[in-house]
Design a protein around this ligand. Structure first.
Ligand SMILES: Nc1nc2c(ncn2[C@@H]2O[C@H](COP(=O)(O)OP(=O)(O)O)[C@@H](O)[C@H]2O)c(=O)[nH]1
Ligand SMILES: Nc1ncnc2c1ncn2[C@@H]1O[C@H](COP(=O)(O)OP(=O)(O)O)[C@@H](O)[C@H]1O
Length: 395
């Protein structure tokens, strides 16, 4: 990468505006000026990498910065528009893409990105997929070892396979006999996991019973991209981290009816050595105290009779009223067919779609309302509302 900004950028520095252009070598790129930096989004330097690239140019010292790019990147498209939103993120609208792949946010100065800049000591940007509607909240389930979290989650997944998806954590602990890599956990070497943590791939991590555990951003996105509600089985430290993150979730703590019963279940499961059982029981005492501490968990369930506890879990997830929770788009069969132009006003993005080869008047207009945005990196940006504007209804 050269040290000089492309001419096309320099021409537009003063206007602080978005520029979108076609380039033979790089495909479709756009640049957005924010403060002293220019964010160039689009194209790819590497023919094997099919994701949209991001470059950052520092106007103060005239140098390109090499940003750490976090989150799942959007794939290259036939073009896109880029608009600055709330001074800390850029909304990318991909052309010719379906509703679930159309809206992306490149966060450049959100609280999450600021924190990652401090942690990593580099320039950081983070991608977050935009989703229409208010997707159902993920569910965090915590509780001491042997209390029955896995049993309850397995029942939920079996009864509602299209509604729920399990966030497959990474761990450095050894697999148990019946555990499958990639299904129950991603079993990982400590050195690999530590490297991934440094690279910002995790939503949260914790050291539990002497091993590292963590929820990767990808684990959550795999579930949500499949249109399912994410279930996280994580310890109390992890729950605390998720509480502090932008992933708005429902937090459920599962308690045993007694400590003796917990010990009995843990031993009868037969998956741990005596030494490991002792360690888990010691940790259980602290976890039970923390689980009951105010403000962390929304619900506490006592898992005495399994069926009763399962019914209570379903009730609090409102499954009896809303069996197939979904996040229906507000505009059906939406697709930016060929090209579009955008403008932003009062947290609303006006999108003018042009039909193939026809006059602009025959296109359609949509309004993307961003006033109820929630979430964001790491994870998805929810609460986008798309509606057809009056002029498009006339057609
Ligand atoms: N923070 C965090 N905790 C996790 C994660 N995955 C699993 N755990 C927790 O790690 C603890 C030990 O899990 P595991 O070794 O499967 O044993 P089990 O709870 O006895 O079945 C449990 O409290 C899990 O909830 C994760 O990704 N992050
Ligand atoms: N309500 C319950 N009553 C009796 N045994 C239970 C109950 N819930 C779970 N178990 C059993 O307790 C053991 C531990 O459950 P598991 O789901 O593995 O716990 P966790 O995932 O919280 O470590 C398993 O053998 C499971 O079959």
């Amino acid at each position: 990468m050269g040290e000089e900004a492309p001419e096309v950028l320099l021409d537009n520095l003063e206007r602080n505006s978005v520029l979108t252009y076609d380039s033979d070598s790089q495909g479709y790129s756009s640049s957005v000026v924010i403060g002293d930096k220019i964010y160039v989004v689009g194209g790819s330097d590497d023919a094997t990498d099919l994701s949209i690239s991001v470059k950052v140019f520092d106007k103060l010292n005239g140098k390109w910065l090499n940003p750490t790019v976090l989150g799942t990147k959007p794939t290259l498209s036939k073009g896109h528009s880029a608009v600055l939103f709330r001074t800390d993120r850029i909304l990318i609208l991909k052309r010719d893409s379906s509703l679930d792949d159309c809206f992306w946010f490149l966060e450049v100065d959100t609280p999450f990105v600021k924190k990652q800049k401090e942690l990593l000591g580099t320039e950081v940007v983070a991608w977050s997929t935009g989703v229409t509607g208010d997707a159902p909240k993920p569910i965090v389930i915590s509780g001491p070892s042997g209390v029955g979290k896995g049993t309850l989650i397995a029942k939920l997944m079996k009864d509602y396979p299209t509604t729920f998806g399990f966030s497959v954590s990474h761990t450095t602990r050894a697999p148990r006999v019946k555990e499958v890599n990639g299904v129950h956990y991603h079993f990982t070497e400590r050195s690999v996991m530590e490297k991934d943590i440094r690279e910002g791939k995790f939503l949260e991590t914790a050291s539990v019973h002497g091993n590292l555990y963590g929820t990767s951003i990808e684990a959550v996105e795999t579930v949500t991209s499949a249109g399912k509600r994410c279930i996280l089985d994580i310890d109390v430290q992890g729950a605390r981290s998720v509480r502090a993150s932008s992933l708005e979730a429902i937090f459920v703590f599962v308690c045993p009816p007694s400590f003796e019963e917990l010990e009995k279940r843990l031993r009868s499961r037969g998956t741990e050595t005596e030494e490991q059982v002792q360690k888990r029981l010691r940790n259980a005492k602290a976890e039970l105290d923390q689980g009951r501490s105010p403000g962390l968990f929304d619900h506490i369930l006592v898992n005495d009779d399994l069926e009763k506890c399962y019914e209570n879990l379903k009730k609090l997830l409102a499954l009896d009223e809303r069996p197939e929770a979904s996040c229906e788009p507000t505009v059906e069969n939406f697709k930016f067919s060929v090209s579009h132009s955008v403008s932003v006003k009062d947290q609303k993005v006006l999108i003018r779609c042009k039909n193939n080869g026809l006059e602009a008047e025959t296109g359609s207009m949509f309004v993307l309302d961003l006033s109820s945005l929630k979430g964001g990196a790491p994870g998805r940006t929810r609460g986008l509302y798309l509606s057809a504007s009056d002029s498009s209804k006339k057609q």
